[in-house]
Design a protein around this ligand. Sequence first.
Ligand SMILES: C[S@@+](CC[C@H](N)C(=O)[O-])C[C@H]1O[C@@H](n2cnc3c(N)ncnc32)[C@H](O)[C@@H]1O
Length: 270
Amino acid sequence: MPETSPASPRIDTSKPHPARVYDWFLGGKDNYPVDEALGRQITAMEPTAKYGARHNRWFMQRATRMLAARLGVRQFLDIGTGIPTEPNLHRIAQTAAPEASVVYVDNDPIVLAHAEALLRGTPEGVTRYLQADAREPAKILELAGGILDFDRPVAVSLIALLHFIPDDQGAYDIVRTLVDALPSGSHLVLSQLASDYDPERTRQAVEMYAAGGVTLVPRSRAEMTKFFDGLELLDPGIVWLPDWHPELAVDEDREDGTPVPLYAGVARKA
Ligand SMILES: C[S@@+](CC[C@H](N)C(=O)[O-])C[C@H]1O[C@@H](n2cnc3c(N)ncnc32)[C@H](O)[C@@H]1O
């Protein structure tokens, strides 16, 4: 069963939610008119926004392939998971290693509603969902500690999540708390909306999200780099999302070469 806070919040359809706007970008059905309205506004200004969402999923898939199949990682903690799409992280990890353990975390009740779909993993492995807020990393570590073994390497992923968490809500402290809890050989997987790709369009996107009550925090390359302080970035370092190990792609439709204004990087804790 998914684990939840004692009082699970209800789905609020009066304002857009990142998970549901994102679902609309991906062509899903788990969104409401408020989410679609914001999605349409964003794509009217930036037609590639939908493509960016697909690129995030593909980056998650490529990074998981690298970690599970090439680097032997067997434990995954994915925070800000989103509404499931196929193949999800556990499918990729458990295809490479059926015994892999995967813990998903999100704070949106709509993701909780889909947790059952997330939980269908291999019998040899572990696949669990926690309803928790990234701004409470100690709580996430405590709950995940009952499932994962923090004496063995864990890959922690925050993919397209940190741009919903301002610095003054602890974005850097969250990453630091999580990384500090990991043993040597663990990895950190991040993607983040860039502030220095097309500043004017990004500013407009920030305003549109703000009008819907959602805070969006684009960051520069230097600010993205700071999340990896003290860690060893894997080759090729911090790059535009589609440029992170494109050779690991399976079934990706990359034909149009649309630029994607998000940074991506994976680093190892020595
Ligand atoms: C843009 S989606 C990204 C989903 C997935 N990681 C991907 O890249 O395809 C961002 C996700 O982060 C979740 N999220 C936003 N703020 C969060 C928070 N404070 N704690 C936990 N999850 C959060 C949203 O509910 C949403 O599912």
